[in-house]
Design a protein around this ligand. Sequence first.
Ligand SMILES: Nc1ncnc2c1ncn2[C@@H]1O[C@H](COP(=O)(O)OP(=O)(O)OP(=O)(O)O)[C@@H](O)[C@H]1O
Ligand SMILES: [Mg+2]
Length: 235
Amino acid sequence: MSTPAEQGLSLHHITVRFGGLVALDDVSLRVPPGRVVGVIGPNGAGKTTLFNVICGFAAPQSGAITLDGKPFKPRPHHLSRHGIARTLQGVGQFDGMTVLDNILVGIRDHRPTSEEAHEALDRCGVGEFANAYPASLPYATRKRVELARALASRPRILMLDEPAGGLDGEEIDWLAELIRTIETTVLLVEHHMDLVMSVCDEILVLDFGKPIALGSPGEIRGNEKVTEAYLGTAA
Ligand SMILES: Nc1ncnc2c1ncn2[C@@H]1O[C@H](COP(=O)(O)OP(=O)(O)OP(=O)(O)O)[C@@H](O)[C@H]1O
Ligand SMILES: [Mg+2]
């Protein structure tokens, strides 16, 4: 049995290099069950790389990942077996298949039943589009389908990479409500600060691959290093 402190997903001193570039520099993070943990930082800070490490798309040069205290060696096609699902930055659906088929093919080793797929679409408010083709749908609807695809496997950890990207205020409010009410651990990468601040229990801030702050939304908002990192990008 793992102790309460070990429950959930943990990154321990992860470093990822691409040639001479250090995309993640000694990053540690704990994602406890039931929590919403945010990862923010300027463009190129390493947020997607961090997701890719957890999903097995990027191999760290050093560090370790544990799931409930046990060593976890991620492989992309085994993720759902471990109860992890992710949405992709953007939309990422096959245009030649219906919305429903996109959800049914999405997962290799844990195919949702048709009932689970419909349930996930309904949960995301897009049940009526099950037989539509993604290309015929507005961007915001496709983003909801992408969420439904991830939820259909009934993950215990849901990883969202910029789910608010390209959405208007009303859609972002809907998304915030979903994240708040969902009974799943959430790891959220997002540029939209209002969303991050309103849904996250804890936030990790990366800058050029380095963790520069970790804390509650209140703590992050008042953090000078964080302000500097973002002003540095603007300038
Ligand atoms: N496969 C790769 N090969 C080489 N460099 C890479 C690779 N993937 C990412 N990088 C580099 O690593 C750094 C971190 O990239 P990453 O995509 O993780 O940033 P990000 O925080 O997700 O940025 P954004 O906010 O723009 O999505 C960047 O400098 C990027 O160019
Ligand atoms: Mg990214």
